[in-house]
Structure formats: structure tokens, C-alpha cells
Design a binder for this molecule. Structure first.
Ligand code: ARG
Ligand code: ASP
Length: 651
């Protein structure tokens, strides 16, 4: 027994220990393909990205403006996370038709619900356009001029790239702090319809309690369909439109995953900052994150209290509260992870070694110049961060305020904690004069709040508040940030190049910037704390173990209990872990096996690894995916929507 156990451990450790951080550009994947193949991948670089033939990239989309989705049928069927479709599901929901609570399944194409405002973008191609973008730029021109050269060249390239074709959208993105520029050309479809979503008690099972955590049992998926005009090209919504026929869609593997299996994630990671200076890491983990956590703790207490007291408010604030809570919890993990990794200290040592190496070269002194700029920037950056968490978070004056989703009591109480935090965190000499005077007039934030939030029909006072605070931000804070960031951009461009020369043998991936990337790794567990090892797969048995009718987040649908009671469902897979490097935006990304088939949907990371946007720890950084077989189970057994599975290509 003991021997058997040891041999399992011995077999696991080498499989999991060698993790690769990195989010690679798909058009350059040939540089990594040998490594991917050595780790088990059986396809070629051309299978991943090609402009000459259909490739996997044609099945991956940017979903909305911050998630990933993928095509899973020849008739435009798309799958993404429940939390990515959340806003759409919510906007079709009311107390009478509560699709958030009950789920939604279109039984016919006619029942699919149009989602105005939602779009999905397919990447047509990406190209290095550095020389075109920098045409006309000469060394010594200064950052202002460089920016304007980059801007006007980019605008021209975008216009040329999108000139005569329907639905084309392009953007030019800086890589490696503007050492390289890429153009991305997308075809953007705007007739997207909601097809299916499980009840939140499955799709958001565990809620904010389990969010960012393992073991996880969330059925985090929803389905949509992309519609096109008669020519299969993008078209505005019309009942005449027909399902889009994709160049490529994913086949689905039902074989399941095992520890050590090769996996790769293809999607749109939003933002990472892997190469920043120690002083910026320190600002994030010791200054900004802690303050923002504190403010959100207070706001969340208010939202949760009102949501618990009213079903109406629960629906109104479900999406808002989830998004406030999501970053709040992530920041806490990030602070912990950065401290545990000792990243500030390690970066300081790195910077010292760098400067020793750089002495006498054109890189000399760059880290010190960044540190000096950061010192100057910090009070303004902090004022911006606090402003956005406080005055800017007040809802009543917002132009796009959706009254259907608004509760004035929450806003009134939040105003008090927000503006008290503003007073506490923004030094008095930086606070707007107008704010000090008004506060003196009212005597207290509470009195001010009572006067301001009398009714939604009297918004003048709130509008004036928002305007004055914004005026302050735009005139006192933002210009300073813009000036210092522009100086910083030059130094970072130099520092990035310097780091790449300093560590000649290291492969540097460009920081995530919501462009298409490939990350690869293996299915594997981890040790979150001394004496504990987490297995990499969770099952329906765990859902039943957590099930509790008295706790909102763990109250599963009765049908699921009934199905489980029939017996034989204990091992139904639910979620799994792997060590792919992912970040926000990767939600909904296809998790792909060695043969290019879909095995899951990425939706989260483990809490101990949320510092991976700054520093990746192969020991604990894990992405969390939904096992695609759980989605199939839910579609069939809970949604009774077997017709959707008929459309798919199951292997
Ligand atoms: N943490 C995941 C991500 O960053 C999921 C968030 C949605 N879920 C939630 N309970 N708020 O998007
Ligand atoms: N949950 C995130 C998303 O929505 C993914 C992550 O941060 O790992 O993109």
C-alpha cells in the first residue's frame, strides 16, 4: 500500500512540476511547437494558426469585450462561461421569467433570444506592422511625437485593413511595451442569440464563496448562436438571418482527463504585468490592493444585506455584486501570493543585477529612472484608484443608469462608506476644494447622503457631485498621470529591451493585452498549504456534498438531487485543474487536448495563484476548467435540450 502510494507521488511530481508560464502569440507558435509536441501535443503549428487554411483559431472568438468563446457546431453554436453570458441572461430575466434562477433553453431556433449590443469577433489575421507603425519616427523625437506618429500610422493601417469588407474591425496593439506592433483584423458578428443557460444554482454554484477556489463544482457555461446574413457575413439583427457557418468548429472529446494530460488554452487574456519594476509591484500589493479591498469590503456588506432581504434586489444587483466581489477576492489572493513569493525583494535583486550588467551601456540607470518616476506618480495613481472606487462608483448620477437594476437605498448607504474612504485615503491637500466646502455645509457625509438620495427623480444634486468630482479628477489628477506615464513608457520600452538582452536565453512572451494567445500545460493538482494536496478533478459527488437548501449559493435544483438519487452519477466529472497560464479574459476559452479536441472551458484560477498576472509560481498557479462532459450532462439531464448535443461532433 505504502509503496503503491509513493510510486503514485513519484509519478505525479515530475509531470506537474515542469510548468511553463507564458501566453504565446499564435502566429509565432512554430517557435514553441517542438516543446508542445514534446509535452504530448499531436498537431502542428499550422493546425493552431494559419491564414491559408482553416485552423483552430477560426473556432475561437472574442466574446463581447472581455471573454472568450468557441464554436462547437457547423451551425454557429457557441459555448462560453455562464459568468460571461451573465449580463445577457440577466437582461432577459424578470421576476416572472427568472432565467438566472431557472435557466433557459431554447427548444427551437425561433425561441433563441436576440442580444442587442453583444458581438463576437473572429480573428482573420494578425501581422507584425512595427515598421509601418513607426514610419516617420526618428530617435530623439520625444514620446509625444512618437505617440502621434504611432497613432496616425495605426489609424491609416486600420482604415486600409477594413476598407471594403463587411464587419471588419481592426486594432493595432503594442507588444513588449511598444518595441513591436501588431495589427489584428477581426470579423465582428452582431446578431448573437441566447440559446441556453443552466440555472445559476448550477452555472454559478458556490457563488462568490467558491469563486477563485478549489475544490470547485461550478457548471460555468452558457450557449449562444452566431447569426449571419445570407452571404454568411456579419449582418444586423434580422429574423431573416441564418446560423453562421464557421470555417472551423471544435470537436468534443468525451474521453475525459487524467492527471498529467497535455492541455492547451486558446483565448483572449486581458492584461498581465510580468515585467514591471519592484516599486510598481510594491504599489499594487502594499498600497493600492489593500485600500481597494477595504472599500469593497464595506460596499459588499451593504449589497449583500439588501440582496438577502429582497428577491427583487437580488436580481437587480446579482451582476453588479458579482463583479465587485470578483476583483475584491482576487486582489486578496494577489497580495498574499506576491508577499509569499517575496516578489518585491526578488525584483529588487534582479534590478541590481541588471544594473551591474547594464553599466556603461544604453540601459544604464533605467531601473533607477523608473523608480524615480514611480515615486512621483504614486500619489496621483493612488488618487485615481481611490476615485474610481468611491466617487466614480456612485450610481445615481450615471448616464447609463438602468433604473430596473437600481436600488436607491444601496446607493445611499454606499455613498457614505465610499466618501468616508475618499476622505481617509486621499490626503487633505489633494482633495477637491469644492468637496471640502460642501462637506462643511452639510456637516457630515451622512447628512449629505440623506439630502442627495431623496428620490430617483431628483438627481440634480447627484449630477453636480459627479461632475465636480470628475472635473477635479480630469484637471488635477489625470494630466499628471498622463505626463508621468508617457515618460515611464519610454523607460519601460528601454527596460523591456534590456531585460530581453540581459536574459538572452529566456523566452519572453508579450504581456497579455486582450489579443489571441496560446498557453499550454498539463492537468495537475497542487498543494495549497503544508500537508495538503488537491486532486485535479472534481465530481458530482462533491456537488451533492456541498448541497444545502438553506444556503443560497449551495442550493442545487431538486431535479439534480433526484437524478443523483437514481444512483451511478457519483463520478460524473465537473471541473479540473491544469497549470496553463491564464488571466481575466481567458474565461470561456477552449481547453484543448493533444488532438485538438475540446475537453473543457476555462473559467477561473485558484486563489493561491492569482498573483500570476504579476508573477507565476509553477507550484500553485492553476487554471480551473469546466469538464465539457458536465456541460453535456447538464444540457441533456437538466435542460432536456438533447437537440443541441445532436448538433455537436462528439468523439
Ligand atoms: N473568478 C472568475 C473570473 O475572474 C469568475 C468570476 C465570476 N463569478 C463570480 N462568482 N463572481 O472571471
Ligand atoms: N475568471 C476570469 C475571467 O473571467 C479568468 C481568470 O481571471 O482566471 O476571464
Amino acid at each position: 500500500m505504502k509503496k503503491h502510494f509513493l510510486s503514485i507521488i513519484a509519478a505525479l511530481v515530475p509531470l506537474c512540476a515542469v510548468a511553463d508560464d507564458g501566453m504565446w502569440l499564435p502566429n509565432l507558435i512554430s517557435a514553441r511547437i517542438a516543446d508542445m509536441q514534446a509535452k504530448g501535443f499531436r498537431l502542428s503549428a499550422e493546425d493552431i494558426y494559419s491564414v491559408n487554411q482553416a485552423s483552430l483559431k477560426d473556432a475561437v472568438v472574442l466574446f463581447g469585450r472581455g471573454c472568450t468563446g468557441e464554436l462547437i457546431s457547423s451551425e454557429g453554436l457557441l459555448i462560453t462561461n455562464h459568468h460571461c453570458g451573465y449580463g445577457q441572461i440577466q437582461s432577459h430575466s424578470s421576476v416572472e421569467h427568472d432565467y438566472l434562477r431557472d435557466g433557459f433553453w431554447a427548444m427551437t431556433r425561433a425561441e433563441e433570444l436576440p442580444c442587442p449590443g453583444l458581438s463576437v469577433s473572429f480573428l482573420e489575421r494578425m501581422d507584425d506592422v512595427s515598421s509601418q507603425v513607426l514610419r516617420g519616427y526618428e530617435a530623439g523625437m520625444g514620446e509625444r511625437q512618437r505617440d502621434s506618429v504611432v497613432r496616425s500610422n495605426s489609424a491609416r493601417l486600420i482604415e486600409e485593413a477594413t476598407a471594403d469588407e463587411k464587419g471588419l474591425r481592426a486594432s493595432v496593439e503594442a507588444m513588449y511595451y511598444g518595441n513591436i506592433y501588431y495589427i489584428f483584423i477581426y470579423r465582428e458578428y452582431t446578431d448573437i442569440r441566447l440559446v441556453g443557460a443552466p440555472p445559476s444554482s448550477i452555472g454559478k454554484f458556490g457563488g462568490d464563496t467558491d469563486n477563485w477556489m478549489w475544490p470547485r463544482h461550478t457548471g460555468d457555461f452558457s450557449m449562444f448562436r452566431v447569426y449571419a446574413g445570407e452571404d454568411n457575413m456579419p449582418a444586423d439583427y434580422s429574423p431573416e438571418n441564418r446560423p453562421y457557418s464557421p470555417k472551423r468548429f471544435f470537436s468534443i472529446s468525451t474521453k475525459g482527463v487524467q492527471e498529467g494530460d497535455f492541455t492547451f488554452i486558446y483565448g483572449f487574456p486581458g492584461s498581465t504585468r510580468e515585467y514591471i519594476h519592484s516599486s510598481e509591484v510594491e504599489y499594487i500589493s502594499e498600497v493600492s490592493d489593500p485600500a481597494r479591498i477595504d472599500i469593497r469590503t464595506r460596499r459588499l456588506e451593504i449589497q449583500k444585506r439588501h440582496m438577502a432581504a429582497s428577491q427583487k434586489v437580488r436580481i437587480q444587483y446579482s451582476a453588479k455584486c458579482a463583479s465587485v466581489a470578483n476583483a475584491w477576492k482576487k486582489w486578496q489572493g494577489e497580495v498574499k501570493g506576491v508577499r509569499k513569493m517575496n516578489t518585491v525583494q526578488k525584483k529588487r535583486e534582479y534590478e541590481r543585477a541588471f544594473e551591474l550588467w547594464a553599466a556603461g551601456s544604453r540601459y544604464e540607470g533605467v531601473t533607477e529612472r523608473i523608480a524615480a518616476l514611480e515615486r512621483e506618480l504614486r500619489p496621483y495613481a493612488f488618487a485615481r484608484d481611490i476615485y474610481s472606487e468611491t466617487a466614480y462608483a456612485v450610481e445615481l448620477p450615471k448616464k447609463n443608469l438602468v433604473l430596473k437594476d437600481y436600488d436607491i437605498d444601496i446607493d445611499r448607504e454606499s455613498f457614505v462608506v465610499e466618501m468616508e474612504a475618499f476622505l481617509r485615503y486621499v490626503p487633505e491637500e489633494m482633495q477637491p476644494q469644492w468637496f471640502r466646502e460642501r462637506l462643511a455645509d452639510f456637516g457630515s457625509i451622512e447628512a449629505w447622503s440623506e439630502a442627495m438620495f431623496r428620490s430617483v427623480d431628483e438627481r440634480e444634486m447627484a449630477l453636480e457631485f459627479a461632475e465636480r468630482m470628475q472635473e477635479w479628477y480630469l484637471s488635477e489628477i489625470r494630466p499628471q498621470i498622463a505626463r508621468l506615464s508617457s515618460e515611464m513608457a519610454l523607460e519601460y520600452r528601454t527596460y523591456m529591451r534590456g531585460q530581453m538582452e540581459f536574459e538572452k536565453d529566456r523566452d519572453f512572451f508579450p504581456d497579455a493585452n486582450l489579443t489571441l494567445r496560446v498557453a499550454y500545460g498539463r492537468v495537475c493538482g497542487y498543494s495549497p498549504a503544508d500537508g495538503t494536496w488537491y486532486k485535479p478533478v472534481s465530481t458530482l459527488m462533491g456537488v451533492i456534498e456541498k448541497d444545502n437548501p438553506d444556503i443560497f449559493d449551495y442550493n442545487i435544483p431538486q431535479t439534480l438531487r433526484d437524478i443523483y438519487a437514481r444512483g451511478g452519477y457519483e463520478d460524473t466529472p465537473v471541473c479540473f485543474l491544469a497549470n496553463n497560464h491564464t488571466t481575466g479574459g481567458n474565461s470561456g476559452s477552449p481547453v484543448i487536448n493533444a488532438d485538438g479536441e475540446l475537453i473543457g472551458l476555462n473559467f477561473d484560477r485558484v486563489w493561491e495563484g492569482t498573483m500570476s498576472d504579476i508573477v507565476f509560481d509553477p507550484e500553485v498557479c492553476r487554471n480551473i476548467s469546466l469538464d465539457i462532459r458536465y456541460a453535456l450532462f447538464v444540457i441533456r439531464e437538466i435542460g432536456h435540450a438533447g437537440h443541441l448535443i445532436e448538433e455537436m461532433d462528439l468523439r
